[in-house]
Design a protein around this ligand. Sequence first.
Ligand code: PLP
Length: 360
Amino acid sequence: MTARRIMQSDYMHWAKFKAPVRYALTGSEVAHFRMDRLPWTIADLDLDGASHPRYPALREAIANHAGVRVEQVVAADGTSMANFVAMAALIRPGDEVLIEFPTYDPVLGAASFLGADIRRFERKHEDAFRLDPAVVEAAMTERTRLIVLTNLHNPSGNLASEEDLRAVGELAARVGARVLIDEVYIDAAVPPRRSAAHLGSEFVTTNSLTKVYGLSGLRCGWILAEPELAERMWRLNDLFGVNQAHQAERLACIAFAHLEEVAGGNAALLERNRTAFNAFVAGRSDLECAPAEHGITAFPRWNGSDTQAIDDLLRERYDASVVAGRWFEMPKHFRVGFALPGDDFDEALNRLGAALDELM
Ligand SMILES: Cc1ncc(COP(=O)(O)O)c(C=O)c1O
């Protein structure tokens, strides 16, 4: 029996339209960056109405940022569309696609929508959600065409080592498959980590200015792939979006030119909040979580039952929230985001602690 083709992401719908709360630990994007903090004028947006296929200035800015050749860069509307375009170029209906478990829901949805025959490989809580090439190998078959993962891992924030990534790349190469890595959180690795696009032509990576730079509204996303594949993706884009919104492309170039200022104190804030979170977990016998070392999210396990109860109670009585683990197919876990300003983050943890005490 073939699995039902997924036509939506219930997780993304929830993430967009959930009721707002004051102390939201659900967020996985740093505070939005106001573009009017940078020196530019309306003339820089070139409002003549023209579109600019494969806008060279932006392609170059992305290539410089990632340290790759311009021919390897494909622009897309956010990492979301980048993932979709990459998969659309790499998957034919019926192809076997191996996707990490747990993962970010729209990745599964896009593969299903494209008619993939989806298999999973596990990233285990007991192993701090590490990418384990032996587990990937055990789940692979001769028919595997694509291996999909997130790095940093969403939800856990685990950073895969280059050694493990290379090992997965070698497994893929053995059967003529590729490895697609959503790297939307990679610039929050400590210390910074280069894209897996540098590790070989079997790797295809996606990223954007969303999570680490607070510019989700620009929808500045990209794919890095070897040039022949990148060309196929550009040609696919002629079916989907044709061109990007040009004023957004211009704003993205301005952001790239001032990226240090855009990133500002984000790394320090995330470090501070991870430290506070690690101390919080260490003080609780009902939570288990490997210390958060990278990124914007962690995925602790609760010793109660379904963590939806935590989110329900936080919303009802504490004006706070977490992402219940059911959204990542692991209902005993929940996701915490580190993006709140320090004082708010501490207060959000206080409230989470109070809710957990109540549920004990
Ligand atoms: C792993 C992952 N990829 C992509 C996205 C969406 O990013 P973008 O705004 O660049 O489309 C998210 C947002 O939650 C994410 O967690």
